[in-house]
Design a protein around this ligand. Structure first.
Ligand code: PLP
Length: 408
């Protein structure tokens, strides 16, 4: 039996969700600004490079970047040159560092736009120098050192050649070696022996580069966890990402609140169907959920096509009708179903369900979703897809940040 399909016209206080939209991510720009202000206080004399790669960890890169700058970030950090150039195209003139460069990348545009480049290898150095020749603008470089993560970065053994080549280009006026940086493997476990080993390796690399003649103004190593937990890793600047968005980078050790952070993103969706079904009703593909009593089912119009992990099948938590529920059966591309555990009038079409938020109103958090799916909160917020419009609240002038059209 299908229930009376009454759609409430008002926006529920639970969700502040714009009407007519299947799902949206509400991003609180004040939270981002305040998180950066807290991180800046913790960092003391070190500058804050707010990391806004991957569309600001799913929060929207440009609005996030502006909020971070309002909160006192002196720099923005991104992985890709395309991201750095998108910041410049949005009119952001503050220092930007990009560190994941690709052969044939937009080096010329980046150098002309004054984007600092993270240099891990000789080939990137040569592309940077060539871009400087073309543009007549010296390329500003931060040498990226692999001090133990085994990922991007120049191995210490290859550093003497890299710095020698960089200083030859510097003598020609093509590049300026302004910084050196590295990334930690285990900052979320601050007492792990790899952490102090990496700090030692980094300090050695700094010395080697300075002895070779580079005048470094920015030495940086700390991600979010190290910014918060490892004073020895702060150097001249810190590069927090996740903490900017208010999520704990070390949830086993401290909650967001304990770290003075406020999660900025809430994911909400609107119920589009409510129906009463008997005991024994199978739900969703594969019929992995079967109702154990006569019950009411509620349908939410979002799924893995929106970035919900399919691993949330049977486990993803949702606040609906004042109670936390768990997704019944499989997460589909566009839809998920909630079993309201018995016949109820508590939920109606048009009600707003909160999949995650700060956790202060009884709703699950991105960390709860991560735990339910066997992943980390980083992935939960970052993977939200383009189909989910971002709706901005707080901070700045709303005309600047509200999406021009929605859904985007
Ligand atoms: C992503 C990234 C960061 C930010 O890491 P968080 O753990 O999110 O704080 C910092 N530095 C580099 C090189 C990164 O790739």
């Amino acid at each position: 039996m299908t229930k009376a399909q009454t759609v409430p016209q008002e926006i529920t206080s639970e969700g502040r969700m714009p009407p007519g939209i299947a799902a949206c991510a509400i991003v609180d720009l004040d939270a981002i600004e305040e998180n950066v202000r807290s991180l800046s206080l913790v960092a003391g004399d070190a500058a804050v490079i707010a990391v806004v790669k991957a569309d600001g960890y799913g929060h929207g890169m440009v609005p996030t970047a502006r909020a971070a700058l309002r909160g006192g970030a002196g720099w923005l950090g991104v992985a890709l040159l395309s991201e750095a150039l998108a910041l410049r195209a949005a009119g952001i003139t503050e220092p930007v560092l990009a560190w994941l460069l690709v052969p044939g990348d937009r080096f010329t545009e980046a150098v002309a736009a004054g984007v600092d480049l993270g240099i891990s290898a000789l080939w990137t150095l040569e592309e940077a120098a060539a871009a400087a020749r073309t543009t007549g603008v010296p390329a500003r470089l931060h040498l990226k050192i692999d001090t133990g993560l085994g990922r991007n970065g120049c191995l210490p053994a290859d550093l003497p050649d890299l710095i020698a080549a960089a200083l030859r280009h510097q003598a020609e006026g093509l590049v300026e070696v302004v910084g050196i940086f590295s990334h930690l493997a285990f900052a979320d476990a601050p007492t792990h022996p790899s952490v102090s080993a990496q700090i030692t390796q980094f300090t050695d690399a700094v010395e080697l580069v300075q002895r070779a003649g580079a005048k470094l103004t920015l030495r940086h190593l700390a991600n979010s966890a190290a910014t918060l937990a490892l004073p020895d890793a702060r150097f001249d600047a810190v590069r927090p990402g996740l903490a900017v968005y208010g999520l704990s980078p070390m949830p086993d050790l401290a909650t967001s609140a304990e770290l003075g952070l406020r999660p900025a993103m809430s994911l909400v969706s609107r119920v589009v169907m409510v129906k009463d079904v008997p005991e024994g009703q199978g739900v969703s593909y594969g019929l992995t959920h079967v109702t154990s009593t006569a019950t009411t089912l509620a349908l939410l119009p979002l799924g893995y096509g929106d970035g919900l992990p399919r691993h949330a099948s049977g486990s993803g938590p949702v606040l609906l009708g004042g109670r936390r529920r768990v997704i019944a059966g499989r997460v589909c591309m566009d839809q998920v179903v909630l079993d309201l555990d018995g016949l109820t009038d508590a939920v109606r079409v048009g009600d707003v369900a909160v999949l995650f938020g700060p956790g202060t109103g009884g709703e699950p958090t991105a960390l709860d979703w991560a735990d339910a799916c066997g992943t980390i909160s980083y992935e939960i917020v970052t993977r939200l897809g383009a189909r989910v419009p971002r709706h901005y609240v707080g901070g700045g002038s709303p005309e600047d940040v509200l999406p021009k059209e929605e859904p985007r």
